[in-house]
Design a protein around this ligand. Structure first.
Ligand SMILES: [Zn+2]
Length: 72
């Protein structure tokens, strides 16, 4: 198990520094029965020049992974 003290964004892999907003997503893992839950962390605000934050991009990727596109 790797313990990191710096908070790291799971999307862009860079650290979340003091003053930046971030969100956390609980990881549901049945293997962790009864143990402390773990979290993914993401930047909540977009970087300068970018349209979406790491969190929004992560959400979009998850949504599109859930979608099934049919063609008539
Ligand atoms: Zn990030």
């Amino acid at each position: 198990m790797i313990v990191t003290f710096a908070t790291q964004c799971d999307y862009c892999r860079s650290s979340i520094v003091s003053g930046q907003k971030w969100v956390r997503e609980k990881i549901y893992d049945s293997a962790l029965n009864g143990r402390d839950p773990s979290y993914h962390r993401y930047h909540a605000e977009p970087f300068a020049g970018q349209e979406g934050s790491c969190w929004e991009k992560h959400e979009m990727e998850r949504e599109s992974a859930r979608m099934t596109v049919f063609a008539a």
